[in-house]
Design a binder for this molecule. Sequence first.
Ligand code: PNS
Length: 160
Amino acid sequence: MRRIAVVPGSFDPVTLGHMDVIARATKLFDEVHVVVVHNPDKHALLPIAQRVTLIEEAIEEAGISENVVVSSWSMGLLVDYCTDVGATVLIKGIRTQLDITYETPMAMVNRNLAGIETVFLMPEPGHSYVSSSLVRQVASLGGDVRPYVPHVVAKYLQGA
Ligand code: PNS
């Protein structure tokens, strides 16, 4: 049986922490869908189509494109996307205890809704403090975001 997993998120923008989790997921599953989801609770910097393009370029740059599909979802429940593509697992990156507190209710609801299991993966400790919101703030104030994001994202944000 082909094992398909979905890595969802706002990815506004994709960070090295996200890339680390995506790369780990590609080693565990036959097919990995990285799905950009509109999160109405967050004020967005980049349009969804741009986030998708940057993830595609970063995945190409990282050499892990073989079993990765990048897409977006704004049609309702994330589990419906999972069911549509035959995915049985959601992957979430966990940096700190705060992430576990935030992710646990979503994992329970997604399992109750459609039997989709959530697998938590830990990124490299060096990425554990990196977040898209910090990157957005550093970029908006003219700081150097290159330590935190793939080259293509740094180039897009600041012409690095
Ligand atoms: O990167 P983020 O913003 O923390 O990702 C959160 C996201 C997009 C994964 C989450 O908000 C989500 O799953 N949204 C889809 C809507 C949905 O299915 N909600 C019900 C179950 S949580």
